[in-house]
Design a protein around this ligand. Structure first.
Ligand code: HEC
Length: 108
């Protein structure tokens, strides 16, 4: 009987690890996206202006420009991982577009 309890405990511990660990690390990854305030503190206004110019010049080739306020920082971060390579921006220019969009994003 005791042995059974121990195995049941071990099994639930294993299940806990298997099911809860990935979710926990995803939550950590999501909160690691910089907030609007962090971006505004990190970039100079002229860098954000350059990001704006790059955005209007490169992000309307395939579709209309998306409103920066339509997405939260985490949502922009996710979309931009796909769109910056599509727009063929350098890492540096991509970072400026990302900074501009997050600085003007929906609070989230
Ligand atoms: C080479 C064409 C192309 C370029 C350049 C491009 N996009 Fe897109 N974009 C697409 C296509 C196609 C879709 C719809 C399919 C998809 O979501 O992948 C899309 C969808 C989106 C969406 C909606 C996706 C969602 O899941 O909500 C956003 C936001 C977006 N683009 C932003 C941008 C930004 C910002 C840039 C500039 C860095 C950019 N796009 C440049 C082709 C492009």
């Amino acid at each position: 009987m005791r042995k059974l309890t121990v195995s049941a405990l071990l099994l639930s511990a294993a299940l806990f690890m298997a099911y809860c660990t990935p979710r926990t690390s995803k939550a950590v990854a999501e909160t690691s996206v910089e907030t609007k305030e962090q971006i505004v503190a990190k970039y100079q206004p002229d860098q954000l202006e350059k990001g704006h110019t790059l955005f209007t010049g490169n992000c309307a080739k395939c579709h209309k420009l998306k409103d920066p306020g339509s997405r939260t920082p985490a949502e922009w971060d996710k979309v931009l991982k796909r769109m910056i390579p599509k727009a063929k921006l350098s890492a540096e220019d991509g970072a400026l577009v990302r900074a501009y969009l997050i600085a003007n994003s929906k609070q989230g």
